[in-house]
Design a protein around this ligand. Structure first.
Ligand SMILES: Cc1cc2nc3c(=O)[nH]c(=O)nc-3n(C[C@H](O)[C@H](O)[C@H](O)COP(=O)(O)OP(=O)(O)OC[C@H]3O[C@@H](n4cnc5c(N)ncnc54)[C@H](O)[C@@H]3O)c2cc1C
Length: 292
């Protein structure tokens, strides 16, 4: 197969994606690769473009539900050290798209740089966070982002400065194939005070999530003026089940996947919740979780 020629060492066939996502559900990727460095990544993206093979970028899979039938084309992950670097210079931080968001935050806090600490407890990578402008009531990742380097679907590298970046609620203008690196400008503050704030936020966040959360996903965006979790709870849907998929008793905006759960169960439960919330409260829920 022309796609693999020259990339035999890094491209796997029929890689199960369940183990790469928080839901731990779904079928395989037709092709899967974790490139060693940027040159290899660009070469692979260019090859896919030439061969007409669709490509997707997977972070830590905390906002993705993979369908049971799997994903055609190539799935890429930026797990190699080359994509996970974090550098601090004065009040600026530069980090790779594959770096864990939590590591970027703790690095900033230890260096006495404030802003990102309110995002502690959001799972996933920096790239995933920037793609969907991840955030909490305390703010979002976009408000501290000053620049980004991306790779397009044709394999071109391009830079976006502060003026070109647009971040809105769970949306960003960074919709190219790969967010390679991003820069943040933060504010100086006492590291001990920052660490205290981060720990407090961590406790609040963890207390609101389902236990055994490795098999759970945060599903809906908050509708304007209200919270998705509260709406689902008000509609009386906590604990509702389809097959092995259950609306969490702890936080109604989470779906927990029990053993034997399939992606189809989760999709049917999402549909049921949307329909019931609409019928009972007149609220239109929009999915935050991506379905691949
Ligand atoms: C327990 C739990 C709690 C959560 N809490 C929150 C919360 O408080 N706030 C919140 O906003 N979200 C929350 N989420 C959702 C999720 O954690 C975020 O959306 C997260 O930022 C996704 O990062 P990821 O690396 O897992 O991305 P993935 O789920 O792997 O991918 C999500 C999207 O980002 C794209 N993407 C990933 N990496 C890159 C990259 N390097 N370049 C280009 N595109 C990329 C993917 O293609 C995909 O379209 C929660 C999820 C769970 C399971």
């Amino acid at each position: 197969m022309a796609l693999i020629t020259g990339f035999e060492r890094i491209v796997q066939r029929d890689e199960p994606l369940a183990m790469h996502t928080w839901f731990q559900l779904g079928g395989p990727a037709e092709y899967f690769a974790e490139p060693d460095d940027v040159d290899q990544l660009i070469a692979l993206v260019k090859r896919c473009h030439e061969e007409g093979v669709p490509v997707r970028l997977l972070g830590r899979g905390s906002n993705v539900l993979v369908r049971d039938e799997g994903v055609p084309g190539l799935v890429l992950r930026l797990s190699a050290p080359a994509f996970c670097k974090i550098e601090v210079q004065g009040r600026s931080i530069t980090a790779g798209g594959g770096a864990k968001l939590g590591r970027v935050i703790t690095t900033a806090v230890h260096r006495g740089l404030a802003g990102l600490e309110m995002l502690i407890g959001i799972p996933g990578t920096l790239g995933g966070a920037l793609h969907g402008n991840a955030g909490t009531h305390g703010g979002d990742v976009g408000q501290w982002t000053t620049r980004a380097t991306v790779i397009t679907h044709t394999g071109e590298v391009s830079q976006h400065g502060h003026d070109e970046l647009v971040f809105e609620y769970r949306q960003s203008s960074l919709d190219e194939l790969v967010i390679l690196e991003a820069g943040f400008q933060l504010e100086e503050e006492d590291p001990r005070e920052l660490a205290r704030r981060m720990q407090k936020q961590w406790i609040v966040k963890k207390a609101a999530q389902p236990m055994g959360h490795q098999c759970a996903g945060c599903v809906f965006k908050n509708p304007r003026g209200t919270s998705a979790g509260e709406s689902i709870e008000e509609a009386g849907l906590k604990g509702t089940r389809v097959g092995g998929a259950v609306v969490s008793d702890r936080h109604a905006n989470f779906i927990v996947a029990e053993p034997e759960c399939t992606s189809q169960d989760v999709l049917r439960l999402i549909e049921l919740v949307c329909g019931q919330v609409h019928d009972r409260l007149g609220i239109e829920l929009e999915r935050e979780l991506e379905v691949w």
